[in-house]
Design a protein around this ligand. Structure first.
Ligand code: 3AM
Length: 181
């Protein structure tokens, strides 16, 4: 089985900005530089033939490149903890691309995504006792903003989980283009 997801990888200067904002709060489990990404579609565990069909279907997507910037900090608070993330602007092109990727996944045989799409770059994960630190970080960096960067591709990643954490391997990169020519 292959645990897959589709994401945008921010360029190095943008990742540097995010890493510079991270601090040494012991309750916040920071995401490493290698793992910083904006998830467009979580696919989950699939067998090889379906993985190949998804990869082929993604390759038929035509979507123009667009500009994005990091803007603000937010949290998904859950009962036992949560995630701290950086937001992006504008959200419209990234949401449209995510919708197109979802359609491509459905054409390949996956169930459609039913959850609302909230584009974000996860910065840290925390347990219940990290909420105060997460809140403080969110307040401190509420106005975090990057320069604009070009999104010129999206990437199919395979996630390898181990007791050392997640390792994301790039399976394929899909350039954004104006048409199918
Ligand atoms: O981009 P982020 O960090 O928000 O949390 C996982 C990560 O999201 C999410 O997929 C991204 C790449 O691993 N993820 C993991 N398991 C998931 C699941 N069962 C999931 N998203 C939805 N359902």
């Amino acid at each position: 089985m292959h645990r897959l997801f589709v994401a945008i990888r921010p360029p190095e200067p943008i990742r540097d900005l995010l890493i510079d904002a991270m601090d040494d709060s012991p309750e916040l489990g920071w995401v490493s530089d290698d793992n910083l990404h904006l998830t467009l579609r979580f696919i989950g565990e699939v067998e090889r033939p379906l993985a190949n069909d998804v990869a082929d279907s993604l390759g038929r997507i035509a979507f123009p490149g667009f500009e994005l910037k990091i803007s603000g900090i937010g949290r998904f608070d859950r009962r036992n903890g949560g995630t701290l993330w950086a937001g992006v602007e504008p959200r419209r092109p990234v949401a449209e691309l995510a919708a197109k990727i979802d359609r491509a996944c459905v054409l390949a045989g996956l169930e459609p995504e039913r959850r609302a799409f909230h584009p974000h770059v996860t910065l840290a994960r925390y347990r219940r006792d990290g909420r105060v630190e997460a809140d403080a970080f969110e307040q401190r960096h509420a106005t975090l903003a990057s320069t604009v960067f070009e999104v010129d591709r999206f990437i199919l990643f395979e996630s390898h989980l181990s007791r050392h954490g997640a390792h994301y391997e790039e399976v394929a990169a899909y350039p954004l283009k104006l048409s199918d020519c």
